[in-house]
Design a protein around this ligand. Sequence first.
Ligand SMILES: Cc1ncc(COP(=O)(O)O)c(C=O)c1O
Length: 409
Amino acid sequence: MGKQNRTHPAGAATAAVHGAQISAEGFDALATPVYRGSSTFFPNTAAQRAKVDVLGLDYTYGLHGNPTQYTLAQRLADIEGAQHCLLCPSGLNAIVLVAMAVLKTGSHWLIPGNVYNPVHALAVRLKADFNIAFDVYDPLDLDALENLIRPETQLLWAEAPGSITYEVPDLTRLLQIASSKNLLTAIDNTWSAGLTYKPFGTDGAAQPSFDFSIQALTKYQCGHADVLMGAVLSSNTLAFAEVEKRNRAYGVGVSPEDCALVLRGLLTLPLRYKAQGNAALEIAQWLQSQPEVGKVLHPALAECPGHVHFKAHFTGSASVFSILLKSEYGDIHACRFVDSLQIFKIAYSWGGPESLALAGILPADRLSQILDGNGSLVRLAIGLEDVADLKADLRQALDAMKEVNTNQE
Ligand SMILES: Cc1ncc(COP(=O)(O)O)c(C=O)c1O
């Protein structure tokens, strides 16, 4: 007989702990229940011993997963077309777990110049702490990338489009290069939310696949700017098991309450993504015609470097992009522009219901590469507000920006 079936004395304290547990049978609803529990009961010792070191969809201990968490992981895998999914406490943590699973002391990896900047900081950290070398490649020059590959190169990192400047590389060629050199590949696929670029191929298409996809669920999957979470997705079972082992060894887990919030976000994910993406594209096109704007870095626009690859790989676009102000407007103007916005908030992140703006977030070396000395960059993340109101807000802030010189004189 299993331990759960034993009877208990009817003392009040025991009844309070082990008393009635009303069965959920017959109750069926859309929302996934929030399962909580650090201790996960086993029916007997044999069952407990059989589960030591078990990875994947199994119940052993609260840290390692429960039905709420596994339901979210399975839905994310289904959306992106992956076989496996591991939830992580942040998008950055998902990136760290993949790097730690693949790289060893003495190995080498390649990251693109337009990578999410904390990944560059991670590479610097891993070099200092574990002698894991890295090189930065130009995502639009894959011939040069080939020349950076060494015998000890293990991992080719991609981000499409890359952060802040939004270039999309030739992902087919990149995967061919990696496959010819036996490199594992990972893509930060947060911008597509797993909807508009499929890193594991689409049904019936014989195309090379990434080994790992990273999602910062903090953005569109959560969608309401109130949860931090990430995910590693993969269809490479062996490589994925290495990530799971690191996750287990490092004691990483996610909160079931947060999972329930992301599950709720998933219900409207495609609708929000499309609405915000369409609004962003309309605003990006409108900004192209504003006299103060020099260039709009949105991969769906022809003037954005890598646009041709965006067209080849993507079926839609997200709601975050950047603008370059004309050369007569420097950082002081960009700050005035952003500070003058009334609806847009000044904040990191994107994918939530509220529009956000940030000035001067590109590292100086990258800024100088795209600006030829003058001008300034502002990143905009479009939310769910009315497009006409957002345009009016941007227009009045551009006007306010032009007051900077007048006020200083
Ligand atoms: C492209 C990209 N990847 C990963 C992350 C990290 O996500 P999180 O904030 O959940 O750590 C971000 C966050 O801004 C991001 O923009």
